[in-house]
Ligand binder design. Structure first.
Ligand SMILES: *[C@@H]1O[C@H](CO)[C@@H](O)[C@H](O)[C@H]1NC(C)=O
Ligand SMILES: *[C@@H]1O[C@H](CO)[C@@H](O)[C@H](O)[C@H]1NC(C)=O
Ligand SMILES: *[C@@H]1O[C@H](CO)[C@@H](O)[C@H](O)[C@H]1NC(C)=O
Ligand SMILES: *[C@@H]1O[C@H](CO)[C@@H](O)[C@H](O)[C@H]1NC(C)=O
Ligand SMILES: *[C@@H]1O[C@H](CO)[C@@H](O)[C@H](O)[C@H]1NC(C)=O
Length: 352
């Protein structure tokens, strides 16, 4: 039928289809195409002996077989982070009653820091079919939807990571339970009435109420649209312990090498006093990049020391004393490609 239309009308029909009917909400790859999951590692400005741009990044998804140097930078309107978040910004999706979304950050853009929320950063956007959950380490990001995509200049200095996973709507009901524990600061959100019965905790947090909890921490198994398995570990501020040593290493039954941002004088040392150990990474080496020090890396991730355990987690919390009293979590994967990419990036760690 479209062949009877003039070429110009055909283009309009195709464009309408792309915005209205064909594209589920998803994580998007570097080319803007739907993807099951992706990981971004933004490199720090200061590497050992070299000053970089502060905006270049490595990219990985299930099709890249490990890290790829992105041809884009994080602060332009191209690439995976932009393409993914643009689904909220574009066409004023944030005003729609048929989707639910939340932008959250303990350090939101253009707003003062308020104590009492979880130390956690991310974004979620779903309709009744599916959507994405993006977790990351960048303060003051993402921007308010009316402003469009802005990468904050404060986010250029340190290394940062982001993990995006595409889930069916049914998984959002589980994610909502996890959110109650980490108690994120939703600085911009919408949970339309039609979603409230399913997503009570999200509606409560969006409305400024703290949901009631039945314990101090919680584990949830999640499965992406592509069938990839993830495990979400979350703790509330009432579980007063280092999440890595006091819980996740023991729960996964694996010694962990942990990369977090540790301020001088506040850091928790490598800890081998429980059956499974948590040891601090001090230097990182990614392919096509010079080594950089952990003190220039604001990302929060860990890998099992042993290759047999094959576990990688990305998350919210630093190995720092004050963060024992904060809500936050980790999303863990047993994907061998993710494991290899992160395990090989460990250049130096402190054994006990
Ligand atoms: C949208 O997602 C649903 C469920 O995840 C799937 O059944 C459907 O085929 C998807 N549609 C497109 C166009 O990808
Ligand atoms: C992105 O950041 C780089 C490095 O700070 C800067 O030179 C460039 O102008 C920025 N681009 C945009 C579009 O903001
Ligand atoms: C969305 O729901 C609100 C509250 O029920 C209503 O006031 C508003 O008009 C709706 N917007 C659209 C675009 O349907
Ligand atoms: C945040 O989100 C709401 C609902 O989606 C919107 O109406 C509001 O204008 C947004 N912006 C700010 C700056 O709060
Ligand atoms: C090691 O970690 C555990 C759990 O967080 C803690 O109870 C213990 O005091 C720590 N040991 C040292 C030597 O820091």
């Amino acid at each position: 039928m479209a062949s009877h239309l003039s070429p110009c009308c055909q283009i309009i029909v195709v464009l309408l289809c792309c915005t209205l009917c064909c594209c589920n909400i998803s994580c998007r790859n570097e080319a803007g195409e739907p993807v099951d999951w992706f990981i971004v590692y933004k490199l720090p400005l200061y590497k050992i002996g070299k000053v970089g741009s502060g905006v270049d990044y490595m990219y990985m998804d299930s099709s890249t077989e490990g890290w790829q140097m992105s041809k884009f930078t994080v602060n332009i309107s191209q690439g995976a982070l932009w393409s993914t978040l643009n689904q909220l910004y574009m066409g004023k999706t944030y005003e729609s009653n048929s989707s639910v979304y939340a932008l959250y950050n303990d350090a939101p853009p253009n707003m003062d820091y308020i104590r009492g929320y979880g130390h956690t950063k991310g974004a979620l956007l779903f309709d009744r079919t599916q959507g994405f959950w993006l977790t990351h380490s960048v303060p003051h990001f993402p921007s308010f939807p009316e402003e469009g995509y802005i990468y904050p200049s404060s986010g250029k200095f340190f290394g940062q990571t982001a993990l995006c996973v595409t889930y069916q709507y049914e998984q959002l009901l589980r994610i909502a339970q996890q959110m109650a524990y980490i108690y994120p600061r939703f600085y911009n959100c919408s949970v339309p009435d039609a979603f409230v019965a399913d997503l009570l905790q999200l509606a409560q947090i969006c409305g400024g109420t703290k949901p009631p909890l039945f314990s101090d921490k919680r584990v949830e198994h999640l499965s992406s649209v592509g069938g990839e398995k993830f495990i979400s570990f979350v703790k509330s501020e009432r579980f007063v312990d280092d999440i890595y040593t006091g819980w996740v290493a023991q729960a996964l039954d694996a010694d962990l090498l942990v990369e977090t941002w540790q301020r001088v004088g506040h850091e928790l040392p490598s800890n081998c006093s429980l059956p499974k150990h948590a040891m601090n990474i001090k230097r990182i080496k990614l392919p096509w990049s010079d080594q950089f020090k952990s003190s220039y890396d604001h990302s929060k991730w860990c890998v099992s020391q042993a290759y047999e355990d094959q576990v990688t987690c990305l998350g919210d919390l630093n190995r720092e004393k004050a963060q024992m009293w904060r809500g936050g979590g980790l999303v863990c994967s047993f994907n061998p490609l993710i494991y290899k990419a992160f395990r090989q990036a460990v250049d130096h760690f402190i054994s006990c």
